[in-house]
Design a protein around this ligand. Structure first.
Ligand code: HEM
Ligand code: NAG
Ligand code: NAG
Ligand code: NAG
Length: 259
């Protein structure tokens, strides 16, 4: 049993490494010749791993390790394989994630700098339909928004009460759900954002641009008709950012180390 688990974990890691791919040289079926069953193996292994440990789905998604064909009771999408590993590993360079306090102008420009559109921004933000956040990520928003011990007025006041009951000031350990249904990948995120219940300023900020707010309203009203498909498209696009293919980079012998 223990051995089986270990093997499954290793296969999962293989899945993650393989799915860490992209660009021009990427294609579905990249490993057809060298490892014909890899996509099937990755698919079943990751799916079964996630079905046994659903809480893994959110961190995986967050790490953009939205591996091959994973089903999180929601959308599934094929990730083109064939990415190679970088020869440089630099923590400060990889920390390019936007701040949860980012405003809409900053978000649009960060996404644009990665070749992602305003639509990609509002669609991918829907990833916050699953997973959790530490209280520390919203502490300022709840307790000291402008430095005067105040709360962000763009949050619904009932939601503020609810959040404050879970997150006390200076709490660095408690985690809370991202949206009201944080265990399932659904389209409720947009309903929450529209009700001023977006957890981060970056979520609420989607109401401050014509295009993003129109998308939020459409999804909240029409219940997800297009979200899953849009999400797949934008995830594949995001997966192609800064990927090394062809002769660039290398294939690591040990995944944590440069050869
Ligand atoms: C738009 C800009 C974004 C900002 C500012 C942002 C910010 C954050 C922050 C602050 C957290 C919580 C960290 C913590 O306190 O534990 C988080 C978690 C998360 N983010 Fe984002 N994020 C963004 C975009 C995305 C995108 C594009 C995706 C995926 C498509 C994503 C998926 C997730 C998920 C699934 C979690 C929960 C992880 C878990 O449960 O362990 N986020 N994000
Ligand atoms: C890592 O990247 C930063 C920012 O580009 C740079 O200033 C720093 O020198 C790099 N560190 C190493 C060890 O390459
Ligand atoms: C967004 O934040 C930047 C940096 O703090 C600021 O210069 C800009 O005025 C802000 N834009 C909006 C629309 O709030
Ligand atoms: C609130 O923010 C102000 C200004 O940044 C800071 O001086 C003050 O110490 C903060 N208060 C708390 C309780 O953190």
């Amino acid at each position: 049993m223990a051995i089986k688990k270990h093997i499954t974990l290793q296969l999962l890691l293989v899945a993650l490494i393989l799915s860490f791919a992209n660009g021009e040289g990427l294609k579905l079926g990249f490993y057809k010749k060298t490892c014909p069953r890899v996509e099937a193996i990755v698919k079943t292994t990751t799916a079964s791993y996630i079905s046994r440990a659903p809480s893994l789905a959110a961190p995986l998604l967050r790490m953009h390790f939205h591996d091959c064909f994973v089903r999180i009771k929601g959308p599934a999408w094929p990730v083109p394989l064939g990415r190679r590993d970088g020869r440089v590993s630099n923590a400060s360079e990889s920390r390019t994630l936007p701040s949860p306090a980012a405003n809409i102008t900053q978000l649009i420009s960060i996404f644009a700098s990665k070749g992602l559109s305003v639509k990609d921004l509002v669609v991918l933000s829907g990833g916050h339909t699953v997973g959790t956040s530490h209280c520390s990520s919203i502490a300022t928003r709840l307790y000291n928004f402008t430095g005067k011990g105040d709360t962000d007025p763009s949050l619904d006041s009932n939601y503020v009460t609810q959040l404050k009951s879970k997150c006390k000031p200076n709490d660095k350990t408690t985690v809370i759900g991202m949206d009201g249904s944080f265990r399932s990948f659904d389209d409720d995120y947009y309903t929450f954002v529209l009700k001023k219940r977006g957890l981060f300023q970056s979520d609420s900020a989607l109401l401050n641009d014509k295009e993003t707010s129109a998308y939020v309203k459409r999804q909240a009203q029409s219940h997800g008709s297009k979200f899953f498909n849009d999400f797949k498209d934008s995830m594949v696009k995001m997966g192609k950012i800064g990927v090394l293919t062809g002769n660039a980079g290398e294939i690591r012998k040990q995944c944590a180390l440069i050869n």
